[in-house]
Design a protein around this ligand. Structure first.
Ligand SMILES: [Zn+2]
Length: 197
């Protein structure tokens, strides 16, 4: 088999390092770039550069933004008495899409995970505590993983004594899914937070 030119191989390697992209898809993408016109390629390069150059962290909530503070923190119509705590900026986008929440956010930047060497000091927890004097309720919306649970408990221990209400998303069985596909953690939580029928 003829060797792939080095430049093309480099592009395949770069693509295959992206999350969710296997070798096959990486090769397909690289060949697509090879065949595409200069304008399409230029657009891609510009988009990559803009993301790296123009997007920064909001100094208040650690959301991603082009202007600091971010548009949510600046929005006077948002309810400043509530802060929803999430792991990553993409979680904000998910919650915003529900149109159910009008408060503010705080991105932790991950969860406490001793196995991965992530301690509380590696997350934006101190910055969260600094925001609490102006807040009445903190809503924990971390992923229901073991680490997410441990982090939620850790935060509750810090926040409760300050007299701030602390709540969490209800845990349930995803709509449309079958119980046999739900992991024990979800099922256990769903049982605990069961409601009257
Ligand atoms: Zn912000």
């Amino acid at each position: 088999m003829e060797a792939i030119p080095q430049a093309l191989q480099q592009l395949i390697n770069a693509f295959s390092r992206l999350p969710g992209i296997g070798r096959k898809t990486a090769t397909r993408l690289a060949f697509h770039i090879l065949k595409s016109g200069p304008e399409e390629t230029e657009q891609l390069i510009r988009a990559l550069r803009r993301v790296k150059n123009e997007i920064r962290q909001c100094s208040v909530c650690f959301n991603i933004t082009e202007s600091d503070p971010c548009s949510i923190c600046r929005d006077p119509s948002r309810d400043r008495s509530q802060i929803c705590v999430v792991e990553e900026p993409q979680n904000i986008m998910q919650i915003e899409r529900t149109n159910e929440y009008r408060g503010l956010y705080h991105v932790l930047g991950g969860v406490i995970s001793p196995l991965d060497g992530v301690g509380p000091e590696d997350l934006h927890i101190k910055a969260l505590l600094r925001r609490l004097p102006e807040v009445q309720e903190v809503i924990i919306a971390l992923n229901p993983s073991t680490e997410g649970e441990a982090t939620a408990i850790y935060l509750a221990r810090l926040i409760k004594p300050l007299g701030v209400r602390i709540t969490r998303l209800a845990r349930g069985i995803p709509l449309g899914s079958s119980l046999e596909f739900v992991d024990e953690l979800t099922l256990g939580k769903a049982l605990q937070s069961r409601s009257e029928l």
